[in-house]
Design a protein around this ligand. Structure first.
Ligand SMILES: [Zn+2]
Length: 420
């Protein structure tokens, strides 16, 4: 018999126990990647997993794995987890929730009589937050082949210590732990996480079925005009950078910002020179933040945006400088359906939603079917010490993870791949 529910009390106690490691006076957590606090957190996870009959191993990228072996050693594993590193003044739930919920699912299944054909592996990815060593998501990037281990090892913190030094020291503190080369292809990857936004709480829903992580492009656009006297310069002779801006902003919002109902187009900042009431503006610099869940659409809109800026006809010159290109992704639709139906069967109000923030699951989605389960967090607050999730929601997300994993463990490989 597949067990009906996780142990909500054990799950909560473990989440709070993990939050003690690196606890800050303000009630938050400071447990940055590859610091000593993470060593202590690894030890706690390893002890809990071994207590449940699972075995621990790591990879050379500093990812920690906890494996509950199935009957067939060759079958691709179901991989679940998140990260246990935090921001310097982070909360108790971001990342930690997904790892502890995954461990709770593993423990619940290990205690059942049921034996499964394939392995269930819990993962704690190395350096998701990127606060000490930037940028983040190093562990999942190396695991998925996005960045090489050598590139990641060369990154240094502000004191000059390299990832290589910190990573080797971390692994040396676990001489018993098997360390493998990074990367294997799982049957599927599921990550539970707090929403880090206000939507679920506002709508009184317990579960978010994450449809994807939206990609992002940002730009800095400069418009070069010419200054002139507001009282004397004839209108026909002006090169007014602010008037050019208003025309370009209107055009971009029409063409890009109204492409469909999921695109996000924002001009969040504008600066004008000399910014004086009686002088024609000679220069305007503004920002563009463009996001879309579909990578192809984002790329197309980015190209169109650049073309509009290049050909904008005005007496002023428009210079568009691309800043950030962060890819987005859509999660596996079959997995989304499984998660939604698990939530429905438990009577948890759920909705489909996009993740506005980035997660390790973004990279996993490039190597296997991947999905995420969100739970509400108070006021949508995250990366703060008072970050909070209700015990009821913490348990609900873990139960949906349990049901989803139970379905995947008995599923044939060809039935997991996205059918549409
Ligand atoms: Zn996180």
């Amino acid at each position: 018999m597949v067990p009906t529910s996780i142990d909500a009390e054990r799950l909560w106690q473990r989440l709070m126990a993990l939050a003690e490691i690196g606890a800050t006076p303000g009630g938050g957590v400071d447990r940055q990647a590859l610091c000593l606090a993470e060593t202590a957190a690894w030890q706690l996870l390893i002890d809990w997993a071994q207590g449940a009959g699972a075995e621990a191993f790591a990879d050379r990228a500093g990812n920690l794995f906890l494996r509950l072996s199935g009957e067939s050693s060759g079958a691709p594993a179901v991989l679940i987890g998140s990260h246990i590193d935090t921001q310097p003044q982070g909360g108790r739930f971001d990342g930690a929730y997904g790892v502890i919920a995954a461990l709770e699912v593993l423990t619940t299944l290990a205690q059942s009589e049921e034996r499964f054909g394939r392995d269930l592996i819990v993962v704690a990815w190395m350096n998701e937050e990127g606060s000490r060593f930037a940028p983040g998501m190093m562990g999942s990037e190396v695991f998925c082949g996005v960045r090489s281990l050598e590139q990641v090892r060369a990154v240094r913190d502000i004191e000059g210590a390299s990832v290589a030094q910190a990573l080797d020291a971390q692994l040396a503190r676990f001489p018993e732990l098997a360390v493998v080369e990074p990367g294997f292809v799982p049957l599927a990857y599921i990550e539970a996480h707090i929403e880090q936004g206000p939507i679920l709480e506002r709508e009184a829903r317990m579960i978010g079925v994450v449809s994807g992580i939206q990609g992002k492009r940002t730009y800095r656009v400069a418009i070069e005009g010419a200054a002139g006297h507001a009282g004397t310069q004839p209108m026909a002779e002006r090169q007014d950078a602010l008037i050019a801006f208003s025309g370009l902003a209107r055009l971009l919002d029409d063409e890009i910002g109204h492409h469909d109902d999921v695109v996000k187009f924002t001009i969040g900042r504008i600066e004008a020179w000399p910014n004086a009431p009686s002088v024609v503006a000679e220069r305007v610099v503004f920002s563009i933040d463009l996001r879309h869940p579909r990578q192809q659409t984002l790329d197309m809109l980015g190209a169109r945006l650049e073309a509009i800026c290049a050909s904008f006809s005005t007496p002023c010159r428009v210079i568009n400088e691309p800043l950030v290109v962060a890819p987005g992704n859509e999660f596996d639709r079959h997995l989304q359906r499984v998660i939604a139906s698990c939530a429905e069967q438990r009577g948890y109000p759920a909705r489909s939603m996009l993740s506005a923030a980035g997660h390790d699951a973004r990279h996993l989605a490039s190597i296997c079917p991947a999905a995420m389960i969100f739970i509400p967090c108070r006021d949508g607050a995250s990366h703060v010490e008072h970050e909070w999730a209700e015990p009821e929601h913490v348990a609900a997300g873990a139960n949906v993870l349990l049901d989803t994993v139970s379905a995947l463990l008995v599923q044939r490989e060809e039935d997991v791949a996205d059918g549409d």
